[in-house]
Design a protein around this ligand. Sequence first.
Ligand code: DON
Length: 309
Amino acid sequence: MLPPSPIIDELLAAAYGRAESHHEGVVADYIPILAEADPEAFGLCIVDVQGGLHELGDTRTRFSIQSISKAFVYALVCQEFGHEKVLDVVGVNNTGLAFNSVVAIELNDGHPMNPMVNAGAIATTALMPGDTPGQKWDAILAGLSAFTGRTLDVDDVVYRSEAATNTRNHAIARLLESYGRITHDPLDVVDVYTRQCAISVDARDLAVMAATLADGGVNPVTGTRVVSAEVARDTLAVLAANGLYERSGEWLFEIGLPGKSGVAGGLVTIAPGKAGIGSYSPRLDSAGNSVRGQIATAYLSRSLGLNVF
Ligand code: DON
């Protein structure tokens, strides 16, 4: 059980204040447009499993969802094809290496290892239902919109900026193809993946998406079931192991909750049966995780007693 609303608001303000005093970390620039983000922007939001909302700061500032989309696309694919197939094709184990590592693929006989690194996410997007890239894209946009409870769209400027520069993801997809791990056209799959990463959200959307997983797959704001309770549980297990890449162990040790970061500065954290936390702050650590997001979430996890261990 979470404490009454005024106490949550007080703790949210304390978490915000603590994180706001941190100015370390750098805004990502390998996708050129991301370098234009305001490094001081900061929004923090909690949505509980009854749909109650608490927010502070820049919670309505839009940014691209980036790797946070991987968690929700993974859930949609599991919902369609089941746990076993996705386990076999994509895997669940941490690589211990960076999110865009090519070495990890080579070290593991072309297996993408887990759906949160780029290789595994590209392989997961390839599994989305639909015979054409357009059908897969429509299913992704509809599915992620159900998680947020509003109709999402793509930030076209972000999409074009990444599409013009993502040679590394092309290389990853070609490498997967060379090992027979992707059967669709690899560049078409990367294009859908790039679009999914450019979906525009705010911190409040992220908190609702997280709360949907916390609520066993039911969006607590709209009341719609988006995925089954089993799929929500599987997704949280994968996030606990891999959501913050090679820092996932430290994150789990400090915060004790499943989470997922995105390179534009978004972060989602799920307190199962209790609430979802969404934050936005584009200063990142060296693994690509929001610095302020991690500090604020650690405070909330401790003060609200959310750690699952
Ligand atoms: O594929 C990429 O590199 C980006 N679209 C997403 C990477 C990302 O968000 C890493 N997360 N912290």
